[in-house]
Ligand binder design. Structure first.
Ligand SMILES: Nc1ncnc2c1ncn2[C@@H]1O[C@H](COP(=O)(O)OP(=O)(O)O)[C@@H](O)[C@H]1O
Ligand SMILES: [Mg+2]
Length: 307
């Protein structure tokens, strides 16, 4: 399973500006799914709200911001010799590590923004800090999952610049759909801006996934059709269904892959899990296609059965 030792980890950002579209929930479930499939995963929490860190049971109170969090190497005020590796910690999952965030990351956002005063070289440096930081661990993991902040500041641009692929969660609601169109536009502008300072970014894949979908609601079903037209070729074929199982697991800050006992009936749980497995299997194929050693295998659809 996974890449060859000399191949590089695939970095993907689960990104959208909007809060509450299921970014962190999707990223957490994707990380757990990939871990169950045997991949080695690093989760990088890039959101000062730190919900991914909480979902992986990081004790935020015990973190020293400048040593243990992403601020450690993103902050221009901190010694350049500091490495990303220092901030990585183990989780309860044997094959998932996390680079945690905390509220202090917001200060880092402002510090990065202040580089605007220092001219193009400093700005280019501030855009690509995460990408550079990840270089040293690219051979150690199969997949790196970024949970970006819900805004396109310097942190948001850093995650876009660091990613090889994007997964964009969008609920089938008009406001979320419209804000995603805006998000895509802003992404393009941000990428153009980055390419003025740096080499341009060429994503291996950009995928849109409909989240929190309720098929029985006519307006959502119609919205899904609109999304499928707008994002033809990019839309994952299965939407993530709205599920009490996911909601309740979320309240307990865990994923449905972690719960010992389903909240509802066994059948509801299995339906929810099958749905997520189907969605993530598509992403898994996109990820495998990034590794030359696995590309042929994906082409002939010889990925082993899902969990
Ligand atoms: N498929 C789903 N079914 C039910 N509830 C969900 C689902 N996806 C997300 N949620 C809930 O919606 C809320 C927002 O999700 P979250 O992942 O925190 O969004 P974001 O990271 O985009 O702000 C959380 O309470 C989460 O538990
Ligand atoms: Mg979030």
């Amino acid at each position: 399973m996974g890449k060859l030792p000399d191949e590089r980890a695939v970095v993907m950002a689960v990104q959208n500006f909007k809060g509450g579209v299921s970014k962190s929930t999707t990223a957490k479930h994707l990380a757990d799914y990939l871990a169950l499939r045997g991949y080695k995963v690093l989760v990088v929490d890039c959101d000062p709200q730190a919900s991914m860190s909480v979902m992986f049971d990081v004790n935020l109170e015990a973190l020293v911001e400048e040593v243990h969090t992403l601020s450690n190497f993103l902050s221009p005020r901190i010694d350049e010799a500091d490495s990303l590796r220092k901030t990585i910690r183990k989780t309860a999952w044997p094959n998932i590590d996390i680079c945690p965030a905390n509220l202090g990351l917001q200060d880092t956002e402002w510090e990065l923004t202040a580089t605007i005063e220092e001219g193009p070289t400093a700005i280019a440096g501030a855009f690509r800090m995460l990408r550079v930081g990840l270089e040293e661990i690219r051979l150690d993991y199969d997949v790196v999952i970024l949970d970006p902040p819900p805004a396109m500041g310097f942190l948001g641009v850093n995650t876009l610049t660091a990613a090889d692929g994007l997964l964009i969660p969008v609920p089938a609601r008009q406001l979320d759909y419209l804000s995603t169109i805006h998000f895509m536009q802003t992404c393009r502008e941000a990428m153009e801006l980055v390419s003025k300072f740096d080499t341009s970014i060429d994503y291996g894949f950009i995928r849109v996934v409909c989240t929190m979908f309720q098929p029985s609601r006519t307006n959502e079903a119609q919205m899904l059709q609109v999304m499928e037209k707008t994002y033809a070729g990019q839309m994952l074929s299965t939407p993530i269904l709205l599920s009490e199982e996911i909601k309740n697991a979320g309240l307990a800050m865990s994923s449905i892959y972690e719960v010992n006992k389903p909240y509802g009936s066994h059948q509801t749980y299995v339906r929810c899990r099958d749905n997520l497995n189907m969605v993530f299997r598509e992403i898994e194929k996109d990820i495998c296609k990034q590794w030359p050693s696995r590309m042929a295998q994906v082409g002939t659809d010889r990925l082993t059965e899902a969990v």
